[in-house]
Design a protein around this ligand. Structure first.
Ligand SMILES: Nc1ncnc2c1ncn2[C@@H]1O[C@H](COP(=O)(O)OP(=O)(O)OP(=O)(O)O)[C@@H](O)[C@H]1O
Ligand SMILES: [Mg+2]
Length: 253
């Protein structure tokens, strides 16, 4: 399958204060490379602090790598700031993405702002797009008039999904986006994600501690340890015969 997203030798170092006048280098991601096909799901697992969210932020354009490249459909994604147009193709949803919704705006206004800043659509087309996107994620057209506090936790994750999808991205990065949901709401959200993937060929990067979810929905798996990939391949093969000690440890927990 033609890869939609290629990550090549990505590295990231943080400079952390270690004393009053000194700073220490902390290599959080080291030489990360993988690729994902269109319509596929790649899961990333690893112990806490292994660098998963940092990698997610680099993919979604919220931070820059020190070296390496991210290619979307063979086009290099430039550094933050000059890549706004490309950024709309890789969108991120995180665990508390609902908390980042402006409480003073209705969902309709939030989605409208997204379209206003990123597209040339006129008012009528924006409204149509908002209504289509809300129904795509299983919300009602009338929900556009609701403020964030008027939604349940599960509905809020759908709102976050609608904000990610409104710009028709090619890749959605889910960083623990399903973790806070109770099992039945999580199952509904997973079914919704799978339905959308089937219908539109969306590609997912799934970061989660839920191994059963990883096995259920991902095609490929990356295992991170201290910022390095220690295992990468077809999910089912890794579940049946994990090679690295770290993967074996994660599976046994
Ligand atoms: N802005 C930053 N400055 C300095 N260090 C950072 C920064 N952001 C993250 N780190 C460090 O980088 C490491 C990786 O963090 P990251 O959030 O990517 O881990 P994670 O794998 O997502 O962990 P978790 O499973 O707990 O979410 C951690 O040690 C963290 O303290
Ligand atoms: Mg994280």
């Amino acid at each position: 399958m033609q890869p939609i997203l290629k990550v090549q030798a990505l590295s990231k170092t943080f400079h952390v204060r270690s004393g009053l006048f000194s700073r220490e280098k902390f290599e959080v991601l080291k030489n990360i490379s993988f690729c994902v096909g269109k319509g596929e799901t790649l899961a990333i697992i690893g112990e806490t602090g292994s660098g998963k969210s940092t990698l997610a932020k680099l993919l979604a354009g919220a931070d820059n790598a020190d070296s390496g490249q991210i290619l979307l459909e063979n086009n290099i994604i430039e550094d933050q700031g000059v890549r706004d147009d490309q950024c709309r193709h890789i969108r991120m949803i995180f665990q508390d993405s609902a908390a980042s919704l402006n409480p003073g705006l209705t969902i309709g206004e939030i989605l409208n702002d997204c379209l206003l800043y990123n597209t040339d659509l006129d008012k009528e087309s924006r409204l149509k797009k908002i209504e289509n996107t809300l129904s795509k994620v299983g919300l009602l057209v009338d929900h556009q008039h609701y403020y964030p506090h008027m939604f349940s936790v599960g509905q809020l994750q759908r709102v976050a999904l609608s904000r990610a999808l409104i710009l028709d991205p090619k890749v959605v990065v889910l960083d623990e986006a399903l973790s806070a949901l109770d099992p039945s709401v999580r199952a509904q959200t997973v079914n919704l994600l799978l339905k959308l993937q089937k219908e539109t060929g969306l590609t997912y990067i799934l970061i989660t501690h839920h191994l059963s979810l990883v096995r259920h929905i991902s095609d490929q798996l990356v295992v991170l340890d201290h910022g390095e990939i220690v295992e990468y391949g077809i999910t089912e093969n890794i579940f049946q015969a994990p090679k690295s000690k770290v993967t074996q440890r994660l599976f046994s927990c």
